[in-house]
Design a protein. Structure first.
Length: 309
């Protein structure tokens, strides 16, 4: 594929979150802080899960990958956005723009699949506890994670190829802080109706079908909890509660953005902050604060580190 296709556009100008100087400086400090929390918090989870003997159940195996994907996902957009708060000309090359679009969809879609797999894992653990070890073997979990990555890759390739085929002949100003499908469609100098239908269908189908699976699995889980003891019910609800919180925070804004043809981009970019920055930042907090096992594993890891020095 010739990246700089029929288009005369070699680079795009991103308007960013705000054009107000003072606001930008505040945003720089705030988002730099957020991004540091994202990387530190998620890395801590990855290290804790890998180095702890107790956290070897499928739930933590998936959590480890979710945290890894979160780091990658926010790293596609956040560092560029943070750096852009300090410069006048927020430019991005055509190739850089397409790479960003690919990364956002690749990691975002992989995250959706991993969240769905985690819901399935909770469903088996709570509704079919006796079959749990035979159904959720290491091999099965590994396949599910690989499937999530492959699914994310296929989805992203479709979005990227459809976008790179469009001619761009200027204007080249994107009212967003990263390159995404909708803003680029609006800049293409051709009728993008057909492409936008395919793109909305592709994203919408994935997020809606996964959301449907998630909702169904939680309804089944909640119904089956009626027959359990109050202690068992409490434990199940606390592990599911954190998962449901993450799902709502991630899927809500994501679905809002990708399931409808875009109209208002300034609305879209404030919503995008949610799933590119806020959710990856909250994930480690949500999962660790509500989970005793992770907390105690972190304490052990910490005391080992401190003790060995």
């Amino acid at each position: 594929i010739n990246m700089e296709n029929a288009s005369g556009v070699k680079e795009f100008i991103l308007l960013g979150l705000s054009e107000h100087q003072g606001v930008q400086k505040t945003c720089f400090v705030m988002f730099l802080f957020f991004y540091m929390i994202i990387v530190a918090g998620n890395l801590l989870i990855v290290i804790t899960v890998i180095s702890s003997q107790h956290l070897n159940s499928p739930m933590y195996f998936f959590l480890c990958y979710l945290s890894f994907v979160d780091i990658c996902y926010s790293s596609v957009t956040a560092p560029k956005m943070i750096a852009d708060f300090l410069v006048e000309n927020k430019t991005i090359s055509f190739v850089g723009c397409i790479a960003q679009l690919f990364g956002v969809h690749f990691f975002g879609c992989t995250e959706i699949f991993i969240l769905t797999v985690m819901a399935y894992d909770r469903y088996i653990a709570i509704c079919r506890p006796l079959h749990y070890t035979t159904l959720m073997t290491r091999r099965t979990c590994g396949r599910m994670v690989i499937g999530s990555w492959v699914g994310g890759f296929v989805h992203s390739i479709v979005q990227t190829l459809l976008t790179t085929q469009l001619p761009f002949c200027g204007p080249n100003i994107i009212d967003h802080y990263f390159c995404d499908v909708h803003p680029l469609l609006q800049l293409a100098c051709t009728n993008t109706y057909a492409v936008s239908i395919i793109i909305v269908a592709n994203s919408g189908m994935i997020s809606l079908s996964c959301f449907f699976i998630l909702v169904m699995s939680y309804i089944v889980i909640l119904v089956s909890l009626k027959s359990q003891t109050s202690k068992g019910r409490h434990k199940a609800l606390s592990t599911c509660g954190s998962h449901i919180t993450v799902v709502i925070l991630f899927f809500g804004p994501c679905t809002f953005t990708y399931i409808r043809p875009s109209s208002n981009l300034s609305e879209e970019k404030s919503v995008a902050v949610f799933y590119t920055v806020i959710t990856p930042m909250l994930n480690p907090l949500i999962y660790t604060l509500r989970n005793e096992e992770v907390k105690s594993a972190m304490r052990k890891l910490w005391s080992r580190k401190v003790g060995s020095e």
